[in-house]
Design a protein around this ligand. Structure first.
Ligand code: HPA
Ligand code: ZN
Length: 347
């Protein structure tokens, strides 16, 4: 996965890797590299069902979303203390900053931790401390989106929202992730209503493996402002027209789609077709430690497979700012900086 089979010009490579961009779809637990999983397991005296980093990595051969989630939740079981959440988050922010990410909206899955007896406070404090330190030391801004696990009940999601209320100032929004098929968005209408009433923005995974109908219901019943993945919208012309008209963004994760066998080959990926049909689409890493790369790797593999150009790169980066939850003033400022950067390269 680390080699790019088709070639990308040095100029395009430079533009992609150095341009300022936002990352809007990253599960922080999915940034836990095998080396850190083993280090934390040792620190916390947790026995893993793998005896080496190499054997854990060997298990990263997924056939679908569920086969990945089983390993992802096992990996997250090493996170116990505030320092563990800090270490994981700071490591991601260092990598993101090195990839030109100037702003990140980070998903986290509290139920994965509270179900093991870890408190909401431990999770959020560790994440927040890393975000603050990364802003000071690396100049990367970040915000947190708390996700509900859709394979669990709405009641459990509601309890999670209540547990997070003392920490609302640290959250920008709520999301919905985990096993999609059989768990449609409408299962979570009440908790999303409660979250929006608290002033939180709403996003949801939909149309990763699930049908376009799940995207419609995320929009109409959960009132989400963005769709995470959303690639199955390609099969529904009316839906594409709505996404384009209302500028509802899709946070697309090409290497994730490849690793989870949504597509056999990135050359089949619909991201460019969606962009050309006027949809605001962004490129993101999803679970970079598991899917073969961080945001720049996602850009580079996609650009090589689909033969995309500098105009496309700038369009994706602009969409990333437009679709973010930063202020309009900040969006304008970052888009202007992006344009200056491109002009300086002669693009
Ligand atoms: N899809 C759904 N849930 C997830 C994912 C994903 O790609 N990554 C982590 N949780
Ligand atoms: Zn995701």
């Amino acid at each position: 996965m680390s080699t790019i089979s088709k070639s990308i010009s040095p100029q395009l490579h430079h533009l992609i890797t150095k341009m300022p961009k936002a990352e809007l779809h990253i599960h922080i637990e999915g940034s836990l590299e095998p080396e850190l999983i083993f280090e934390l397991a040792q620190r916390n005296q947790i026995k893993l069902p793998f005896d080496s980093v190499a054997s854990l990595r060997d298990a990263y051969a997924f056939k679908d979303l569920q086969s990945f989630l089983d390993i992802y939740y096992a990996g997250a079981s090493v996170l116990l203390h505030e320092q563990d959440f800090y270490d994981m988050t700071y490591a991601y922010l260092q990598k993101a900053a090195a990839d030109g990410v100037v702003y990140a909206e980070i998903f986290f899955d509290p139920q994965t931790h509270t179900e093991r007896g870890v408190s909401m406070q431990t999770v959020i404090q560790g994440l927040v401390r890393a975000c603050q330190e990364a802003a000071d030391k690396l100049g990367i801004e970040s915000k947190l989106i708390m996700c509900f696990l859709r394979h669990l009940s709405q009641e459990s999601a509601m309890q999670t929202l209540q547990a997070a209320e003392p920490f609302l100032e640290h959250l920008i929004g709520v999301g919905l992730d985990s096993s999609e098929l059989g768990h449609p968005p409408e299962k979570f209408v009440e908790v999303f209503k409660a979250a929006r009433a608290l002033g939180l923005k709403a996003v949801a995974h939909a149309g990763e493996e699930g049908p376009p109908a799940y995207i419609w219901s995320a929009l109409d019943q959960l009132n989400v402002l963005r769709i995470d993945h959303g690639v199955q919208s390609i099969h529904d012309e009316d839906l594409i027209a709505r996404l384009a008209k209302e500028r509802i963004a899709l946070t697309v994760c090409p290497l994730s789609n490849l690793k989870l066998c949504v597509y056999d080959d990135l050359a089949q990926h619909p991201i460019k077709r969606l962009l050309d049909m006027g949809v605001c689409v962004t490129i993101n890493s999803d679970d970079p430690a598991y899917f073969g790369g961080y945001i720049n790797a996602n850009f580079l593999h996609t650009f090589a497979a689909l033969d995309l150009d500098a105009k496309d790169a700038i369009a994706f980066a602009k969409c990333s700012f437009e679709a973010s939850f930063m202020s309009d003033l900040q969006k304008k400022a970052w888009c202007a900086k992006l344009e200056d950067f491109a002009h300086a390269l002669g693009v």
